[in-house]
Ligand binder design. Structure first.
Ligand code: HGY
Ligand code: MN
Ligand code: MN
Ligand code: MN
Length: 411
């Protein structure tokens, strides 16, 4: 594939939602998201693809088969579509490629298949899933979780963004219908395979021969809200022994998370924190922090969590504070479909097969549909930050690899 083709399409979305930091503010149901949705619609129309929005705000562009044929009668969904795609939304000041690369590559792959005269025997679709990062409402992969029934729609509607706006309010303001959100088993039943192309989020491919890898697994992971409660008081006149300062327990907790993760062999991060009343000259009354923990297996994940909880609870006792922990989202380990993974890796000339510690809609869908992922080389290894990178050549190679996979599975 010509790198110019990639660049021309990429240039169309590159400015949307870009901040002065060089990173992106593309949160679901905001102006930037609506602009990206419109762009998706335009791309579908431009190619004569059938555009569709599902009950959960996920978008699709379908290249329907002239006459659907059963390719593999033993496959779980013999008449189903081959779906590709990813997400538009970003974390605050996230990179350009995380998500949108998979959607742009879907359109480029369909263009390449058409230029080559390929004809689908089953529908090929491109999806744009909503709120994959949980960057606005806290729960990652919200669009795919709703679709697969992995989250209660009532709970989803009530999720709030940092300004206190609920998902229901945000959808209403954007002209969408929050009353309709929820499981969509019939749609899921019509998908035979899902292939998500994504920027690689570490340096697994840097310095190697291949610009593209195939995913083997996703580490189990989750997000927990940790609330530290103490007593607000004067920063000058309150004697140290009289304080019940939740900031102290919080500080200990950040170090404990790191230590437990290091000892057990996983990773833990506190990347977001809010303090009340948030005054320089007052001891805080409450500190709320969000803990992100990931590990190569479920046993290591629970070891980190239980170690963290017991150390922090013990420390809270000494600080005269209270600590409460609640899971906001949990994502079990994902082992991608072995047959599909081998088929894809072989088709791509023995592409490297690597695990990842990042979550994806592909992970959520993999519990229902044979799923595979392609990763495009990232020379900086940075992600969820403006330094995320990929060369145009590697992006074009990724789209060509995706085209080969779609052709193999659907044509
Ligand atoms: O891995 C993540 O943080 C998100 O689910 N993409
Ligand atoms: Mn991400
Ligand atoms: Mn992503
Ligand atoms: Mn005063």
């Amino acid at each position: 594939m010509d790198t110019g083709e990639f660049r021309r399409l990429w240039n169309e979305i590159e400015p949307i939602g870009r901040a002065d930091s060089g990173g992106y503010l593309r949160f679901s149901w905001t102006e930037a998201d609506l602009e990206l949705r419109q762009w998706f619609h335009t791309q579908a129309k431009r190619r004569g693809l059938r555009y569709e929005e599902d009950r959960n705000g996920n978008l699709y562009a379908w290249w329907d088969a002239a006459k659907e044929q059963v390719i593999d009668p033993d496959a779980p969904h013999p008449h189903g579509a081959v779906l590709t795609g990813s997400h538009f939304d970003s974390v605050p000041h996230g990179g350009a490629y995380d998500g949108p690369l998979g959607i742009v590559s879907g359109f480029l792959a369909i263009d390449a298949l058409r230029s080559a005269g390929a004809e689908p025997k089953r529908p090929i679709g491109i999806a744009a899933f909503t709120e994959e990062e949980g960057g606005r409402f806290g729960v990652p992969c919200l669009g795919s979780r709703l679709m697969t029934g992995a989250i209660d729609p009532e709970r989803a509607r009530a999720l709030t963004d940092p300004d206190g706006t609920t998902l229901a309010e945000a959808m209403n303001a954007a002209g969408a219908e929050p009353d309709l959100i929820g499981p969509d088993p019939e749609r899921l039943q019509r998908i035979a395979a899902f292939i998500e192309l994504h920027i690689e989020q570490g340096r697994a491919l840097d310095g190697g021969e291949s610009p593209v890898a195939v995913a083997s697994a996703i580490w189990p992971h989750g997000r927990w809200r940790v609330t530290f409660t103490g007593v607000a008081d004067h920063a000058g006149t309150t004697r140290l022994p009289d304080r019940r300062d939740p900031m102290l327990t919080f500080a200990f907790a950040v170090l404990a998370a790191r230590k437990e993760a290091r000892l057990a062999g996983g990773v833990a991060t506190v990347g977001r924190v809010e303090a009340e009343p948030n005054a320089t000259n007052a001891i805080a009354s409450t500190v709320t922090a969000w803990l992100d923990v990931r590990a190569p297996d479920e046993a290591v994940l629970s070891e980190i969590l239980s170690g963290f909880e017991s150390k922090v609870t013990e420390r809270a006792g000494r600080d005269g504070t209270e600590v409460a922990m609640s899971a906001e989202s949990e994502s079990p380990i994902v082992e991608f479909d072995a047959d599909l993974r081998e088929r894809v890796a072989e088709l791509l000339g023995g592409a490297p097969v690597v695990p990842t510690a990042a979550g994806h809609d592909a992970g959520v869908l993999s519990a229902h549909v044979p799923t595979a992922m392609l990763f495009v080389r990232n020379p900086t290894g940075v992600s969820h930050a403006p330094g995320e990178a990929a060369s145009d050549e590697d992006c074009a190679a990724g789209a060509a690899a995706l085209a080969a996979v779609l052709r193999d599975l659907a044509c």
